[in-house]
Design a protein around this ligand. Structure first.
Ligand code: SF4
Length: 431
């Protein structure tokens, strides 16, 4: 876990650039996981990929403790430990890395892509993992070797997925079909991917492909006829890499909740010129199921206040969902980074007067949270226990990343993640 210290604390109010929502920019100590954590869901999603962290025992411990509660099959990640001898420049870390990579690939012939994942220690000793990846790629036929950074110096939490997908984009084959295709970008649970595939098919939108795909040998083609829809809000660099390949982003909110999912699908339907009647026919039943599932949670949430600490970059779409679909009051919505372009459709749906903050100065933010006494605080693991001890109800932000929450069929589960801590607090009060 990283608790990285950035330069001296400062805060400034900046115009948001969209509507008149002010953004409080903070720089100071932050409490957030590093980008290595993304391996937890990426190794489950991409079934023929292996993630070799080039890191320290601390990195290995982080992954083991995160994995301890998540793993249900043989893991496809490991850590090549950088020892003190490497750090002191007394050993050739590259030789050691080549040996470990060869060992992994010999043991696991099912692996088709090997990701070398950089960490704080590999950055400190300035290991050039891109060059190492090129060397290993040439040495191992039938295996693609790529590198990206998951270090706590360069990345927070979900930025690890962004860096991984960005590394994959140059590998995507050029689409020469001349056919307009849809690319859904961002790791989704297979069950959610299947639901979206069925909805797009019924709408007449296609061909539809996903990045990442379930196998790394099945890379989607990309080119100027590709229209892409982001499924996750933290893919700024991946989006830029796709833009460089000529693909065009479809502006949309994110598919969270009934309204978010409907608007996300509608944005694609407009590009494919699907008429309203057909859209309604396809969407009406799953949207009604989502609305029924949400109705049961609305009473628990209406008028309740929520405070988001910055963590996963999902905060703004989640805040929109809680406000728009469950009637919550938003006190502060913190995000590690605010990508205005990708979030414009979400920001437009937030209430006037909501406080947005970007970056973190954790002590100042804790002071604001304590003063506001929100009914629910969404934050990282490190802050949750102290805040609970002070009588505040908390939701671990990490659960929102590990749980399938996208799409109509998951709307009720998403609401449940937020209402459960409120109900628990109500029961404790009654008790
Ligand atoms: S990459 Fe850095 S922050 Fe992440 S576990 Fe390793 S040492 Fe800690």
């Amino acid at each position: 876990m990283s608790a990285c210290s950035a330069p001296a604390p400062s805060a400034a109010l900046a115009p948001s650039g969209m509507r008149d929502i002010p953004v409080l920019r903070e720089r100071g100590q932050r409490e957030v996981f590093c980008g290595l954590t993304g391996i937890m869901w990426l190794h489950r999603k991409i079934q023929d990929a292996f993630f070799l962290i080039v890191g320290s025992r601390t990195c290995a411990h982080l992954m083991q403790s995160a994995a301890g509660v998540m793993i249900f099959a043989e893991p496809r990640f490991a850590t090549a430990i950088i020892e003190e001898r490497d750090l002191a420049g007394m050993a050739d870390a590259n030789e050691e890395l080549d040996r470990v990579a060869a060992q992994v690939l010999a043991r696991r012939p099912d692996i088709k892509t090997l990701f070398l994942v950089g960490s704080c220690p590999s950055e400190v000793i300035k290991m050039d993992l891109s060059r190492a990846a090129a060397r290993l790629d040439a040495a191992h036929a039938n295996v693609r070797v790529l590198a990206y950074s998951g270090s706590g110096i360069e990345t927070t939490f979900t930025e690890g997925e962004d860096a991984c997908l960005e590394a994959l984009v140059p590998e995507l084959p050029q689409d020469t079909s001349g056919e307009t295709s849809l690319l859904v970008v961002g790791a989704l649970a297979d069950v959610v991917e299947d639901q979206f595939t069925r909805l797009f098919q019924a709408l007449g939108i296609g061909p539809v492909r996903f990045l990442p795909a379930r196998t790394s040998s099945d890379l989607p083609p990309v080119g100027p006829n590709t229209r892409y829809l982001l499924a996750q809000p933290f893919l700024g660099r991946t989006g830029a890499a796709l833009d460089d390949r000529g693909a065009q982003r479809i502006a949309a909110p994110f598919p969270l909740g009934a309204r978010g999912t409907e608007a996300w699908l509608r944005a694609a339907a407009e590009v494919w010129a699907i008429d309203d009647a057909r859209f309604e026919t396809v969407v009406a039943a799953p949207r009604a199921r989502a609305e029924r599932a949400l109705a049961g949670h609305r009473a628990a949430f209406t008028g309740r206040s929520v405070f988001f600490f910055p963590d996963s970059q999902l905060e703004i779409p989640l805040a929109r969902f809680l406000y728009e679909e469950l009637g919550a009051q938003l006190i502060e919505v913190g995000t590690p980074y605010l990508h205005r372009g990708h979030l414009d459709r979400e920001l437009a749906r937030l209430p006037a007067g909501v406080q947005l903050s970007e970056g973190q100065h954790v002590d100042s933010q804790l002071d604001r949270c304590r003063a506001a006494r929100p009914d629910l605080t969404v934050c990282g693991l490190g802050l949750a226990n102290p805040l609970e001890a002070e009588g505040l109800s908390t939701k671990w932000a990490i659960e929102l990343v590990f749980t399938p929450i996208h799409g109509f069929e998951q709307a009720g589960d998403l609401a449940e993640l937020f209402t459960r801590p409120l109900r628990r607090r109500d029961l404790l009060r009654v008790g």
